[in-house]
Design a protein around this ligand. Structure first.
Ligand code: SF4
Ligand code: SF4
Length: 70
């Protein structure tokens, strides 16, 4: 099972990670971030995360820092 860790304080709501996730596991949250826009959240109820790191690689703020694979 893989998952990501998201640093809410670093997210600038650019949504690049949302676009790149092949499983659509990153969505807009209802929380406002530092840019005044909704930050993102990781939601993976069915353990679909591939641990592919695409989201982490894409994030310009390095807000997505860790991907675990077990
Ligand atoms: S590691 Fe891959 S599958 Fe998992 S959230 Fe990031 S982009 Fe999506
Ligand atoms: S790519 Fe990074 S900064 Fe942009 S929405 Fe995703 S977590 Fe936030």
């Amino acid at each position: 099972m893989s998952y990501i860790k998201l640093d809410k304080n670093k997210c600038k709501s650019c949504y690049l990670c949302m676009d790149v996730c092949p499983k659509g596991l990153i969505k807009k949250s209802d929380e406002i971030g530092k840019t005044g826009e909704f930050i993102v959240k990781f939601e993976d109820k069915e353990n679909q995360c591939l641990g592919c790191s695409q989201c982490a690689i894409m994030c310009p703020e390095i807000a997505i820092t860790e991907v675990y694979k077990e």
